[in-house]
Structure formats: C-alpha cells, structure tokens
Write a protein that binds this ligand. Sequence first.
Ligand SMILES: [Zn+2]
Ligand SMILES: [Zn+2]
Length: 206
Amino acid sequence: MIYRLQERYGVAKTGDLVDMLGVSPGTVTNTIERLEKMLLVIREPYKGVQLTEKGKKIALNIIRRHRLLERLLFDILGVEWCKVHELACNLEHWINDYVAKKIEHILGFPKKCPHGNPIPTEDGKIFEEVEHPLFEVNVGERAKISRILKEEGATLSYLEGIGVEPEKIIEVMEKSPLNDLIIIKVNGGARTLSREVASLIMVRKT
Ligand SMILES: [Zn+2]
Ligand SMILES: [Zn+2]
C-alpha cells in the first residue's frame, strides 16, 4: 500500500494508509515503526513514509505477483475488469515466485495489468512511461489514457461505465479550477470528473 501511495503522491501519508487498509491509526503507526526497525521504510515528519531500496524491492515483488494475477484473472478466467484487483489482493500472498513466473510465461510476458499499471520484471525492474495526471491536460488537448492508479472496485466500475479505460483517447473540453471539475469527451459523450478522480487517471499526450 505504501508503494501504491508513493506511485500516486510520491509519499505515503499515515492517514491515507489508515483509510486504505481500514485499520486503526495505532495499528498503522505500530506497523510503520516495525518496518522502520527492519530498515524497509523511512519516516519524514509531517510528510509521511517512503520505502527504502530494500523496502521497494520487497514491494515490487508483491506488486509483480498482484499485477500478473490480475492479468490471469482478466485474460484467462474472464473476471470483470472492476473485480480483479480485490481478488488479486488476496491471492498475491498465496503464490510464490515460481508460480508468478509460470503465469508470466503462459500469458506471454505481459507488460501491464488490465488497468495499465506496469508489471515489474523478475529482477525487480519497472518500466515507467512519461505520463501526466488527466487534470493537467489543457483545454482543447487530446490524450490517450495510459493507466488508472486507483484500482478499487467502486472507482473502476464508475470509470468503466463512462468508457474511461486504458488506451482510450479523450479530449479535455472544459476545466473549472474553482470547482475543481474537468469535462472530458470520451466515447463521443461529455463527462464531468472531479479533480480527485481525474488525478488518478494517467495519460500520455498525443
Ligand atoms: Zn490491483
Ligand atoms: Zn491493475
């Protein structure tokens, strides 16, 4: 979860970890202290937590298993796009590196999960593209959706419903900085998104 928050915001705030994990603040604080003693994270006062190199290596290994499982569930088993993340969250702890490698092989070495997020290689490398949050695209510009950073079911089923998926082309029609809203053209229709949601959608400018 720390890795995922770092992907989004550069740093993982304790409050966000509490929300995402659905546990008490005390549990998060204790766990962070434990991870710090194990030299897996560093704490920056008033900012949050960041993974050390050692911590990042472990996180990438779990992320790899998670994203490969998502591909397996989606491509082979036909599980819905908005449901694979939650299932993979449970299954990722039950497979080892050997099984992950077998999945990778049978799927033909996929580069991304069904939500467009990159799959780390066996030796812990991750390919990051030059991307921008959707909210940063200027009015009148077109962009291609590359990845959705938040993979929780409710967000995804909403986005799927309006046609916001990786590789789709969108155009920014209007932005109102005061209301923090963005109106985009997708699938031929106009859709309004909040800044919060638009910041979770990464795009490549076309
Ligand atoms: Zn996921
Ligand atoms: Zn995913």
